[in-house]
Structures are given as C-alpha cells and as structure tokens.
Design a protein around this ligand. Structure first.
Ligand SMILES: [Zn+2]
Length: 383
C-alpha cells in the first residue's frame, strides 16, 4: 500500500512528515527499522562507541545516518551530534530510525510509536489527521507529565527548538490548568507503575553544561514506592489519570487507564465473593465501556485492542457478580426488598444440598451491606 505521507519542509522546523490523504486513527502511517543500534548503558556513550557501531554499517546505511538533523548540542563530532539528536532509548538498546527521525515533536501528538521486540517501529495515528496536516509524535513519554516551562527548557536544551504546539501555546489561564493536570499525570502515572514521581525540579536548573548529566539522572533516578498502592487507590488513580489524559488530549494511554480502573474496582469487589454492590458493577461497566470506546476511536473498530477489550468485558460478565447485576438491571431480580429500595447490594447464597442447590439472592440496603462487611472485617482482624 502507498504510504500516506510525504516528507517536506515544515515552517521553522526543517523537514517534517505530512499527511497526503486523510488518515483515520489506528492507521499505520510509517514502518521503520533502526539504522544504528547500541546496547543501552547507564553511563554516557563515548564518541568511540558510537563511531564503532557506525563503522559496522554498510555505506548506504552510513549515508542515511549522516543526512539526519544534527541538532545543536556541543559534541565534538557530527556523528555524535546526530546520534544525540535522533536516538530513542529502549530497555536494552538505544537506536536511531532513519524515517521516524523526520517526524517533529508535539506535546499533544497525533501519532504514537508502536515498537516491537525486534525494535521495528510503527507510527500509528492516535487522532484523525487531515490531508496536508503535519504528523507529530512526542519525543519522550515524560513530557506528558511536565509543565510547559519544563518542556520548554528540556526541548530547548536537548533538541534546540521552542515548541509551539497547542499545549505550549495556551493562553496564560488555561496554561495554569494544563500545568496542574500534567503535574498530576506525572504523579499518578509513576505511582501506578510502582515508583515515586520523577524529580522534574532538576529541569529548573537546566543549562547547556548540566544538560547531559541531568538527562541521565532524570532517566534513572526512580525510587520504588515504599508502600504499594491499595486496590481502591489503584482504581481511583487510574480513573483520575484517564480523565486528566483526556483533558490534555493525550489519547494513547487513556484506554489502559480506564481499563485498569475498571479491573481494580472489579478485583476489589470480588474480594467479597457473595456480595454484589450495584454501584460498583455500574462503574466497572461504565469505565470498561469508556475503555472500549477510546480503543475504537484511537485504534479503530477492527483493531486488536478494541476486540480484545470487548472479549475481556464479555468474559467478566460470566462472573456471578455481573450476572446478578445484569438481572437487577433487567428487572429480573425477584427479591421484593430490592424493588423496595434496598437496592444497594445483593447477597448471593446457595440453598439446598450440593447436587441440586439453587442460587438465592437477598437485597441489602447500604446500612445492611456496610454492617455485614464490618462484621467480616472484625472477624478477620481478630484471627
Ligand atoms: Zn509543546
């Protein structure tokens, strides 16, 4: 299939990648394989290391590396400047992509990198891109959680440009809100992953001379959380994260955040095997629906992500809790107490001998449900 983009001049940014036809979300815009690849290390790369990897390439690949944007950082050789301006860091390797390197940065990107284990990467549209519009990715996931001021300092120090994306060009009052949201995103995202939030204060003291050391510190200074999050925290943090990401138009991680919020709430609910809290089921359903909607609009209806979420949700609904919830929604719950307003929760029980037992359902008011849970809590803590 013909590629839906062309590389041409982008005002004030050198070259850029532009859509030559309308690109719906979920479309693979570009595929690329690394032209230069170095094993990831904790210290800075030396000129020799980069040169050694470069020398092993055939002539054609060498030429493709040397024609990339060289940036402005104070390294001795042009090769090192190109490497520094264009490399992407993964867990085990640092690589340079010849085509992806042509894509400019935005703090509100309309495309994302989808990298496989063999480091081949696909640039996939995460928002509808109109014909003639420029394609943007974000150069570093950490930008999602940085204030505009810190993004400005970072982008200027490492990439030598001033970002004029919609998030950086907001009017002052909106910018305050956006900054607050992004700071919260960084805290929530780190905690959900099991880490203390990254120390972005270091960026406030970024100068061309400290930039190289700080880059390493921000990347590796990640302290694990002292106390892991509880299930209610996991659900709540993921839900907040999803809403903040949506408000910032950062679509890529929205799907996972809603799905994880639903998953952790369901997990929490299933700790009581026999109690179905109606509002919990309602929330799980609402958040799973949002995850599926987001996956459909970002990845496309036919996408593997949308389909697997749909399958997952169907599987959850085979659990007794959701069966009972569905019965209550369809008015098929016969306990008169439920219709009488004691509709906060339903207690599931079994009646009769094991071989022919029947499922019984008893309606519980909020007070009854709380009393029952408290009684159990006391029993477990006295054990
Ligand atoms: Zn920006």
């Amino acid at each position: 299939m013909a590629e839906p983009y062309k590389i041409t001049q982008s005002e004030g940014k050198g070259s850029g990648v532009f859509a030559i036809s309308t690109i719906p979300p979920g479309t693979t815009i570009m595929c690329d394989t690394p032209v230069l690849k170095l094993p990831r290390k904790l210290a800075q790369y030396t000129d020799e290391e980069v040169f050694r990897a470069f020398k092993e390439l055939d002539e054609d690949s060498q030429a493709r590396v040397m024609e990339l944007h060289e940036g402005h950082r104070a390294f001795k050789t042009k090769l090192m400047r190109i490497f520094k301006a264009n490399n992407f860091g993964y867990e085990r390797f640092c690589v340079v992509y010849p085509k992806v390197s042509r894509i400019n940065h935005s703090c509100v990107p309309n495309a994302a990198m989808n990298t496989r284990e063999n480091l081949t990467t696909e640039i996939v549209a995460t928002q509808p891109i109109r014909k003639g519009e420029e394609v943007y990715i974000t150069y570093n996931g950490l930008f999602e959680g940085m204030t505009a001021g810190r993004r400005y300092r970072t982008l200027r120090a490492y990439y030598g440009f001033e970002c004029r994306c919609p998030a950086c060009a907001l009017p002052p009052n909106d910018l305050i809100l956006s900054d607050a949201r992004r700071q919260l995103i960084s805290v929530l995202d780190a905690k959900i992953r099991g880490f203390e939030p990254p120390n972005f204060h270091l960026i406030d003291h970024l100068t061309p001379t400290t930039a190289e050391q700080l880059a390493m510190q921000i990347r590796y200074d990640r302290m694990p959380l002292e106390t892991p999050l509880t299930l209610p925290e996991r659900a709540a943090y993921n839900l907040m994260l999803a809403k903040l990401l949506q408000a910032e138009h950062l679509t890529t991680s929205v799907v996972d955040a809603y799905r994880n919020a639903a998953y952790h709430l369901a997990e929490q609910m299933l700790q009581h095997e026999d109690i179905v809290i109606v509002a919990c089921c309602q929330n799980v359903q609402a958040w799973m629906t949002k995850a599926i909607e987001a996956a459909t609009s970002i990845n496309g209806v036919e996408s593997a992500r949308a389909k697997s979420l749909g399958d997952e949700w169907r599987e959850w609904q085979t659990v007794d809790h959701f069966k009972v919830y569905n019965m209550s929604r369809q008015g098929n719950l016969t306990d008169p107490g439920f219709l009488d307003g004691r509709d906060f929760a339903v207690r599931i029980g079994m009646f009769g001998p094991a071989h022919c037992s029947v499922l019984t359902m008893t309606a519980l008011s909020r007070r009854e449900c709380r009393a029952l849970m408290q009684e159990r809590l006391q029993k477990t803590s006295s054990l």
